[in-house]
Design a protein around this ligand. Structure first.
Ligand code: UDP
Length: 342
């Protein structure tokens, strides 16, 4: 069999998917969806920001395999592969501030290795890119044909430029090797399995609110974001992979709100006594962000199904046991909850 040609999923054999970052927040939700849709799944993760807890429920499933591996190193996998989903990367501003070189490496070397695996296996490749390629956008809402406003040497440069490089590399494999490639630009996404201490606004606000501690808004809170629930996001990724579209597609929830409004929503939804406190806005924090999702709607028939209220409810329920409302938090919990930040 000519392994250089892209294999479509054969009706006789279940498709084989490789998910890099498969033990991460989004990677693990994607693993769930792929297994539910009959794929054999190999999850690769070096567990720097991912956790086996996110995939432990698949232990013993003969259709699932976990390989602890850094995707920047040579990837060897025996047997056929139909789809490579490249989701590995630190993704929260705090994580990539702490791990700037690893972030650059996974976006550049890691994308190269994942593309190399896809080429070798004749698999279709999907890159998890990001709204950060638009930087602090001067065009609003963001359409895929906007080239962005990125500071390459600022604190977000390691992530933004790694993902921009990853997009360029993906297009190069498409153009030079004829690889079937897909690029999803992921806007702010939330849900169960985010780490309480990952620093992103959703776990940060929920963690503080559940403990009735001050909710810390950066700047005056007038900056905007649009929050997509994780199940909507992975559905969009799946539809894109199965489509014919090789150019980037935004996936995100177009309902935009200010960070201050979001803080109030979280306090309301948790029934918290927390007050809101303000801290300086981090450098290069985008002032506005909202996806134009018309391409996703037109090409994939995709639009988000889970309204913020419902998604928040599910996420809060998941976080509640990890952030007890009363009693003294242990030191470990304090560290996990990022309390030093508030
Ligand atoms: N933010 C905040 N308080 C926090 C964490 C984040 O006000 O404890 C703000 C942050 O400055 C940004 C927005 O919330 O304007 C979203 O931040 P996040 O880190 O989730 O991701 P970003 O969209 O900036 O990549």
């Amino acid at each position: 069999m000519n392994r250089k040609r892209t294999r479509g999923p054969s009706p006789a054999k279940p498709p084989v998917s490789v998910v890099t970052g498969g033990a991460g927040f989004l990677g693990s939700h994607l693993v769930d969806l792929l297994l539910a849709r009959g794929h054999h799944v190999v999850a690769l993760d070096n567990l720097v920001t991912g956790s086996v807890d996110n995939i432990a429920h698949h232990a013993g499933d003969p259709n699932f395999r976990f390989v602890k591996q850094d995707v920047t190193e040579f990837l060897f996998l025996a047997g056929p592969v139909d789809f490579v989903w490249h989701f590995a990367s630190p993704a929260s501003p705090i994580d990539y501030l702490e791990l700037p070189i690893q972030t650059l490496k996974v976006g550049s070397l890691g994308t190269h290795k994942a593309l190399g695996l896809a080429k070798h296996k004749g698999a279709r490749f999907l890159l998890a890119s990001t709204s950060e390629v638009y930087g602090d956008p001067l065009v609003h809402p963001q359409r895929e044909d906007y080239w962005g406003n990125v500071n390459p040497i600022g604190p977000r440069g390691c992530y933004d430029e790694a993902k921009r490089f990853a997009e360029a590399m993906t297009m190069a494999y498409h153009n030079e090797h004829g690889l079937e490639t897909r690029i999803i630009r992921i806007f702010n996404t939330y849900g169960p399995r985010m780490r309480l201490n990952d620093g992103r606004v959703v776990p940060s606000f929920i963690g503080s609110a559940l403990r009735h501690q001050p909710v810390t808004v950066y700047g005056d809170g007038s900056q905007t974001r649009s929050f997509c629930y994780c199940s909507d996001l992975v559905e969009g990724a799946y539809r894109l992979m199965m489509s014919d579209e090789h150019l980037p597609v935004n996936i995100g929830n177009p309902t935009e709100l200010t960070v201050l409004e979001f803080a109030r929503s979280v306090i309301r939804a948790t029934g918290s006594r927390s007050r809101i406190v303000f801290r300086p806005l981090p450098q290069d924090d985008p002032k506005q962000r909202r996806p134009d999702t018309s391409r996703a709607e037109r090409l994939l028939g995709w639009r988000p199904q889970v309204p913020l209220e419902q998604g928040l409810e599910r996420t809060i329920a998941w976080f509640r046991p990890a952030a007890p409302a009363s009693g003294r938090a242990t030191n470990k919990r304090k560290a996990a909850a990022g309390m030093s930040k508030t």
